[in-house]
Design a protein around this ligand. Structure first.
Ligand code: HEM
Ligand code: HEM
Length: 221
């Protein structure tokens, strides 16, 4: 059982993660179709089409200034920091890269262990902030369901257990097992829960034509 969790189940989790995202991507293209524009592009859109990629990104960032950044700068800052640490830490973690090297002979650049530990702590602090908002801010609590708490827990559990394992708090064998299981759970659930926003964020904001799009999206439902 233990060998299965530490061996084949890791491969299964990665396969479900990758194939699950591919499946969701295919479903997105099946469920949407090319948009027939009934209004000609506005002068702003024509101007945007003539811009270089760099100019478009700068323009996009400038337009963000009018949205969440102005309404809630603290949340915007914390969300950005949370996501950068959440993605960079497991990718550039020495412990993970050693395992990757042993199994597939691939090794990415690794952060110093103290930096990874600090980034893990930052993820956990941001997670506590998100949890606090859901628990104590009436307007956020009103739209939070058990599902939101479970998803937050799934995202934070690998960081909490990884942190405990690194510091060798509690029984290491049990903690590392919980870490591997929680990591696998996170990978498997990403394509099938709202954690799938990792993919859908880009599909919706760049391909769907709506008021929330960053560009003049070319598809519709
Ligand atoms: C699924 C297979 C996984 C395996 C086999 C695995 C294995 C490990 C190992 C061996 C360590 C080092 C523990 C130590 O220093 O003693 C570790 C640490 C860590 N893992 Fe994973 N892990 C997995 C998935 C994940 C995922 C999906 C995440 C997050 C997205 C994650 C986040 C972390 C973090 C943040 C640490 C280090 C915390 C710190 O240094 O404070 N792991 N993991
Ligand atoms: C890689 C691209 C990703 C993008 C662009 C992205 C974007 C976002 C955005 C815009 C939000 C809303 C923030 C807010 O409430 O203001 C959000 C929330 C969240 N994201 Fe991501 N995300 C990505 C990947 C991930 C991944 C891989 C995970 C974890 C597996 C994750 C976990 C979360 C969680 C837990 C929240 C909600 C926090 C809460 O309870 O309010 N995200 N993300």
């Amino acid at each position: 059982m233990l060998n299965f969790v530490q061996g084949h189940l890791i491969s299964i989790a990665f396969i479900v993660f990758i194939l699950g995202l591919v499946y969701q991507g295919i479903q997105f293209f099946k469920l949407t179709k090319k948009k027939e524009w009934c209004v000609p592009p506005s002068s702003i859109e024509i101007k945007r089409e003539k811009m270089t990629t760099q100019q478009r990104i700068l323009e996009g960032l400038r337009s963000l200034n009018g949205n969440l950044w102005k309404t809630d700068p603290a949340l915007t800052f914390i969300t950005v920091v949370f996501h950068i640490c959440l993605i960079a830490t497991p990718l550039f973690l020495l412990g993970h890269n050693i395992l990757l090297d042993q199994s597939w002979g691939v090794r990415l650049f690794s952060f110093p262990e103290s930096l990874s530990d600090l980034l893990t702590l930052i993820v956990l602090i941001c997670g506590v902030y998100f949890l606090g908002r859901r628990l104590f801010l009436a307007r956020v609590r009103a739209i939070s369901s058990v599902y939101d708490y479970i998803v937050l827990l799934i995202a934070l559990a690998p960081f909490l257990t990884g942190f405990l394992a690194y510091h060798q708090w509690f029984d290491y064998e049990i903690v590392i097992l919980l870490h591997i299981l929680s990591g696998q759970l996170m990978l498997i659930t990403i394509p099938f829960t709202k954690l799938g926003h990792m993919l859908f964020f880009f599909l919706y904001r760049f391909l769907i034509g709506s008021e929330y799009s960053f560009v003049r999206g070319s598809r519709t439902w």
